[in-house]
Design a protein around this ligand. Sequence first.
Ligand code: XMP
Length: 327
Amino acid sequence: MIDENVRPADMLRINTPELAEKFITEQIAKVRAQVGTGKVLLALSGGVDSSVVAALLVKAIGKQLVCVHVNHGLMRKGESEQVVEVFRNQLDANLIYVDATDRFLDKLAGVADPETKRKVIGGEFIRVFEEEARKLQEVDFLAQGTIYPDILESHGVKAHHNVGGLPEDLKFQLVEPLKLLFKDEVRVVGAALGLPNEMVNRQPFPGPGLGVRCTGAITRDRLNALRESDAILREEFAKAGLVGKVWQFFTVVPDYRSTGVRDAKRVFDWPVIIRAVNTVDAMSATVPELDWALLKKITDRILAEVPGVCRVLYDLSPKGPATIEWE
Ligand code: XMP
């Protein structure tokens, strides 16, 4: 008997637009046969996997797909807006946008322990999604962006999803069209589906989002400094042609201050830490030798444009012993 969760030995690596088109055609037929006229629900984070599943299912079943995008307030600058723009405005998808920023930040207030923060974010996410699922009638299917490494490494559960799933009475049949694909193949399929390059080649972004980069107990002003400094870093890396060349890059704003001087007055402000790494599998990582002029430009912009920041540092630590994220 064929095990649906095992990639056949003779399955071709999807590395050309033609192979991607063939895969898309096959999956469209398969999804249509599976769901018939049923409704399919999908949590659309805007990450590569859920975005590609969404685009594929829009093509296969149109408005029978209901996407739910939960903005937990810990997204990078402009990301939720891009999800709405691409899926609602360009692809005409059925998209429910939930701005749950206040809810998440209220729950996280005063929570400093990194693992507790992850649990609060993951648990709250499930609850918001569950509430949206309960409002909808007659949904039988749940689409997921499971990919082959998820099956190989964590028994079909996306890595780091350590918060349990939906309650027993909300059990759906799963629709997982990407479950035999590797990440590079998912990107080729996404490109063939016409998704924007920045979405298809998005660098990894942790589920808890900016939450693990605003270390300790999250506050709105520090989160704002993080989001703005991260946006500057991304903009300057893009201008310098480093997107796709550096594997992951972001800023961190720790929960302590240092002294500075601004307008001849002593201030007590936050540092911003630049983190940039290269890696193959995220198990170990090296730090690229960034151009000094680029580092200086980013530093100058952050100091001039981001309120509450008086210092910028570049983290030179490889993994290990340092992890990629700061918590
Ligand atoms: P570390 O910090 O362990 O990160 O060196 C390795 C890779 O995993 C990502 N990461 C996460 N992804 N949920 C996620 O979905 C998480 O809680 C999480 N923590 C780390 C990290 O961004 C890096 O790519």
